[in-house]
Design a protein around this ligand. Sequence first.
Ligand code: PDD
Length: 285
Amino acid sequence: MSRIAFVNGRYKRHSDAVVHIEDRGYQFSDGVYEVILVKNKNFIDEKKHFDRLDYSLTSLDISWPMKKNSMRQIMQELVYKNRFVTGIIYIQITRGVARRDHSFPKGIKPALVMTARRLPKSNDGDIKSGVSVITIKDIRWGRCDIKSVSLLPNVLGKQEARNQGAYEAWQIDNEGFVTEGTSTNAWIVSSHGVLITRGLSNQILSGITRLTLIKIATELNFKFEERQFSVDEAKSSREAFLTSSTSFLTPVTQIDGVVIGNGAVGLLSMRLLQAYHQYINSSEI
Ligand code: PDD
């Protein structure tokens, strides 16, 4: 069965789904994106994703290509046409198509591409046994709060992780503090049992899974601190994990080869993951 994508107003088979060579996303990374988890045909945290998309678009002065409701209908149609109930929707909006010139062209329409795919079951094993991460220098720009398609440092970092047999690379700022993973947010549980993740700023993406887990952890009365933590603190932590819409909460059992806790998936991580599963299974559109 061919996968179906939505490209600038039309549903297309993937093999025919193309964009213009002068799309500014292609030439300048002049665009933004979202990845939304679909669970039993429900769009998990849809409002938060649309709010973040709005923030990214507004930050770059790109207008919405259509109303949110119309976009939502296309998302539903894509889930139907691609015949899955659990998967992801990818939305990409670029400034549009124009003759190559760095400054914003006048009078062009933003370009919209949406794809959908079944979520591979492959990360179940990672979640059960935990994964390893390496640490790398954070070489990204000063607006990591915008979910821009300009992901070259993230791509290089993820590949470095793969080259070293690791799942993810945690990026480190100039002061030795962990910012986030290349496509995930970073968390630890301190030696005193406090759940910690870095606070929001323009140095990290405001992950939707991160926001939801903070809410869940607060409801469960977990001790929680939103603050930066160093690589050394991470290595001596009791538990560590990473989060994203596609990797949920994935336990980290090694950082740069250093075993975290007793090397097994931590209890607090498991409790949070269970609660997160409950949350996504009970979410309604
Ligand atoms: N990545 N930090 C970065 C740099 C990310 O790219 C992502 C998401 C996250 C987690 O955000 P969320 O919880 O909203 O998925 C944090 C997506 C999944 C991606 O690029 O495929």
